[in-house]
Design a protein around this ligand. Structure first.
Ligand code: ADP
Ligand code: MG
Length: 243
């Protein structure tokens, strides 16, 4: 298998086509962006860390019956994935109030939600990824009613699995963003990545609002020790999957 041509370069990954039309190569970069790319930087080793964490979590979810795009790993910072047609939705699952949920609702940071909340955002950088309603998704024909329901159900199942997994790592899964796509058979699959770039992860037994943060908020909020935090998540995830 040889990487052929660059299909798309995003903020965190480069996607290449391969000899096989249904298979893509996802290369994870060290580049870091936040606030819709207004803040830019680099996190040493991030590509390898996020690729390895994503791989472990995709394999874990597959073992529990969740369809994902993951095929296999090719190098420490690249993986082969099934080509899917990405739904232009960022599906965010929240267990604890943080980030824009606090800003938009007034809920205090750290409020435990009585049940997980699934928020849909429009995956559209030019518009700043705005929050959607179900009716707006249908209005813009971003997904069918069945796809919305299926996506929401899958997202909640994934949340259940990942929350339990991270609890075993002594990490609290605060919230995370998922992307889904349709494979060539029209089946919905979890795609993109699951990493400290796309999840809020708090060190479980630390109540300090800064030191507990093990995710991209360290970069967003200039908290320092970003690489150390990402490494810590990687080590705990690997220790858990080898159990
Ligand atoms: P972005 O800057 O849009 O967040 P990324 O660098 O994170 O981009 O990722 C590159 C792009 O690859 C994203 O737009 C993502 O939706 C897309 N992508 C992820 N997995 C797949 C897949 N299996 N098939 C096709 N596209 C994918
Ligand atoms: Mg992305």
């Amino acid at each position: 298998m040889s990487a052929q041509s660059l299909l798309y370069e995003g903020k965190a990954k480069i996607i290449y086509t391969t000899d096989e039309p249904e298979i893509l190569l996802a290369h994870f970069k060290d580049d870091a962006t936040a606030f819709n790319a207004q803040k830019r930087g680099s996190i040493a080793g991030k590509g390898e860390i996020n690729c390895t964490i994503s791989q472990a979590l995709f394999q874990y979810l597959e073992s529990l019956g969740i369809p994902t795009h993951f095929i296999d790993s090719v190098s420490p910072n690249s993986m082969r994935v099934m080509r899917v047609q990405i739904l232009p939705l960022e599906v965010v699952v929240r267990n604890i109030a943080a980030g824009s949920l606090c800003q938009q609702t007034g809920l205090a940071l750290g409020t435990l939600l009585k049940q997980p909340l699934v928020d849909f955002y429009y995956k559209n950088d030019a518009l700043g990824d705005p929050l959607l309603t179900r009716d707006r998704i249908l209005l813009l024909e971003l997904a069918t009613p069945e796809q919305i329901n299926q996506t929401q159900q899958l997202a909640l199942q994934i949340n259940q699995h990942l929350s339990e997994f991270f609890t075993r790592c002594d990490i609290t899964l605060v919230d995370f963003k998922l992307e889904f796509g349709l494979d060539t058979k029209g089946q919905l699959r979890l795609a993109d990545e699951i990493s400290p770039d796309t999840c809020r992860l708090w060190n479980s037994f630390d109540t300090d609002p800064n030191s507990r943060v093990l995710d991209k908020d360290r970069f967003r909020r200039d908290l320092g020790n970003v690489e150390t935090a990402y490494q810590e998540v990687l080590q705990r995830v690997l220790a858990q999957v080898s159990n």
